[in-house]
Design a protein around this ligand. Structure first.
Ligand code: ADP
Ligand code: ASP
Ligand code: MG
Length: 457
């Protein structure tokens, strides 16, 4: 089971988790944790800052703040008997972090690999505390980083993927033998490549760690503990009427996560689906709520659309030029150019006039994408221009009940039009499990509310 960062903000909360585990855990349990609330963001920010050259004093100040934040939590969460051991581990990690930040500041270069190493400290600093809290609650425990626990990935730093054959074997070798007598705490989000270099699974990736370990161990269920009552009909921060979905299929949950429902990392479902392991999403602080059960096939439900998601931080790129008309292979060249730079395409559409192609990508990929497209086309009389709009979001309406149901798209866009929201681009996957479209960032709330009223409320 995985406990999320938002849920693990303080010692009191960690004690609560230990108590809950004592009462609710299965015979054999692995606990996956993420960093304390806000810590990964702080590490990302500091890493980007040190590379521009900051003083050692400032680095020491930052690490001091991290040390303090975690040591205070140790006092609150770990019994005296186990405290000194936990403190020694945190001190050691803080020394390593300080050295790593100073190294990057001197080198003046921040590679994806060194970024992964720096941001891995959030989970590493939290794990000894949670493990100490379990020991304090008389649950025998020790902690592992994701790599030592057996997750071996490729070297795609920042969004690494597990090498399944090696991972399955190593996780079984390392974790399985100790499960009958203890509860290991494993850092989510971080793993390592074949050379043992730390690689992260992408932001929000601790959910994915739980699924990887669950799948490797062939567990009965994977539980994701978070700060809301499961997967909801939409982000409760966006529409207050959002309510918990009791049962959802793997494919629907995957689409929801892919289109921005932060409650699950998009890759979480993949390993669970492959082995048919049910996933439960529950609220750490409302343990009587059953949360959401994600299963292979849901019995036929009446809902057409089950949930609405919104994805921020995306860019709408439009590639246009009269020279594109009737010229075969333009789309292929665009996609090849983007693939070369490892830019992930979220949505695509081409008008039948062939005067433009629109694609949606993550905002972080914007420079790479425009650069490579310009290099491929501009000045060759085919593509005239590459425009982009940074202030947009993708809205997706998701539900397996839409498959084969007529008139869903009409209902979606009528509701959106009535709310006075302008649609910039539309796509429907051939699976018909979602309809997704792009709106201006400022219209997201209005659009989500209108669709929630139309299909769910
Ligand atoms: P954790 O730290 O536990 O991993 P996250 O912050 O990553 O938690 O994810 C939980 C958050 O996801 C919720 O607080 C909620 O705002 C957001 N969220 C977005 N879409 C949904 C949805 N459909 N259902 C539930 N939560 C959602
Ligand atoms: N701590 C990591 C992050 O903030 C992983 C996670 O929270 O799942 O992205
Ligand atoms: Mg998360």
């Amino acid at each position: 089971m995985k406990f999320g960062g938002t849920s693990l903000g303080s010692g009191k909360k960690i004690r609560h988790v230990a108590k809950m585990l004592k009462e609710k855990r299965a015979t054999e349990t692995v606990v996956v944790i993420s960093a304390m609330s806000g810590v990964t963001d702080m590490l990302v920010e500091m890493s980007n800052k040190v590379v521009t050259g900051v003083s050692e004093k400032e680095i020491k100040g930052f690490v001091g703040e991290m040390r303090e934040k975690h040591l205070v939590t140790v006092k609150e969460a770990v019994a005296e008997e186990f405290r000194s051991l936990t403190i020694i581990e945190i001190e050691k990690l803080c020394e390593e972090l300080e050295k790593a930040l100073i190294d990057v500041s001197y080198a003046g270069e921040l590679t994806p690999r060194s970024m992964d190493y720096l941001i891995s400290f959030g989970e590493k600093l939290n794990a000894p505390i949670v493990s100490g809290a379990l020991n304090s609650a008389e649950i025998k425990s020790r902690w592992y980083d994701g790599f030592s626990a057996g997750i071996i990935t490729n070297s795609d730093f920042g969004k690494a993927s597990p090498i399944w054959k090696d991972t399955k074997k190593k996780v079984m070798d390392v974790l399985k033998p100790i499960l009958s007598s203890s509860v290991p705490v494993v850092t989510g989000f971080i793993a390592g490549d074949k050379k043992g270099r730390i690689a992260t699974l992408g932001r929000g990736g601790s959910d994915y760690t739980a699924a990887i370990l669950g799948s490797a161990l062939g567990v009965e269920e994977i539980w994701i503990w978070t700060d809301v009552n499961g997967i909801m009909t939409t982000d409760p921060k966006l529409v207050k009427e959002a309510r918990t979905i009791n049962v959802i299929s793997f494919i629907e949950a995957m689409e929801l996560a892919y289109f921005g429902a932060k409650v699950l990392h998009p890759k979480t479902i993949e390993p669970a689906m492959e082995r048919g392991i049910p996933v439960r999403v529950r609220n750490t602080f409302n343990i009587d709520n059953e949360g959401t059960l994600i299963v292979k096939d849901q019995e036929k439900s009446d809902e057409v659309a089950k949930a609405i998601s919104a994805m921020k931080d995306v860019v709408l790129l439009t590639i246009s030029g009269l020279g594109m008309i009737g010229v075969p292979g333009i789309a292929a060249r665009v996609f090849t150019a983007l693939a070369k730079e490892k830019v992930n395409i979220l949505m695509i559409s081409q008008g039948s006039s062939e005067v433009n192609i629109s694609i949606v990508i993550h905002r972080k990929d914007l420079e790479k994408a425009t650069g490579t497209i310009k290099e491929e086309f501009v000045g060759k009389n085919v593509v005239k221009d590459v425009h982009y709009n940074k202030d947009v979001s993708i809205i997706a309406v998701i539900g397996a009940g839409m498959r084969g149901t007529k008139g869903v798209a009409a209902r979606v866009f009528t509701a959106i039009a009535k709310a006075g929201v302008n649609v910039l681009m539309i796509a429907q996957g051939s699976s018909e499990v979602n309809i997704s479209f792009v709106v201006l960032q400022n219209d997201v709330k209005k659009a989500a509310k209108a669709l929630h009223d139309e299909f769910i409320a």
